[in-house]
Design a protein around this ligand. Sequence first.
Ligand SMILES: Cc1cc2nc3c(=O)[nH]c(=O)nc-3n(C[C@H](O)[C@H](O)[C@H](O)COP(=O)(O)O)c2cc1C
Length: 171
Amino acid sequence: MTIILGVSASVALYKACDIVRELTKAGHTVRVAMTRTAAAWINPVLFEALSAQKVITDDTASGMAHIEIRGGADLMLVAPATADLIARAAQGRADDIVTATLLAYDGPRYIAPAMNPFMYAHPATQANLKTLKSYGYHILDSANGEAVCGDVGQGKMMAVADIIAALSSRR
Ligand SMILES: Cc1cc2nc3c(=O)[nH]c(=O)nc-3n(C[C@H](O)[C@H](O)[C@H](O)COP(=O)(O)O)c2cc1C
């Protein structure tokens, strides 16, 4: 498959490297798009090395990058998806390369929320996830456990192996 991977600035961002590695090892082509903040946290060159594909960021995107990246893609995954990105996507905003691509792509879209348990449980976040579900997005439910900050509850990004399994079975 050809997979568009959107990454945003959650503390779980480092796990996106594993997602790219596992998907490419399994023979998939992964095209990575990074929000500006994500690209400030992890240099896009690392994703380029792992995917052997050019990475698109807000600073490197050409005018039509959000249209070009979707060509021939079988699905789009956003992992990790921040509360803010989920809110922007639920509003139909397109003010960064990841949300612009989500809006321009009409294939299957998967969202893996990754945040503090209180951010995840907040009615605003839950309402935004419900809105995305109503648009047909697949929400890869966050896991339970201890967040990096020490808070405990649901909010962590789904385990990488479970994300890969969900995409493979196209659940
Ligand atoms: C160290 C640090 C860790 C953060 N971790 C998260 C997180 O796990 N989930 C989240 O939703 N926001 C997190 N944030 C807040 C987002 O980075 C912030 O909302 C940012 O604007 C999101 O940008 P993006 O969605 O365009 O990538 C964190 C911020 C900092 C400074």
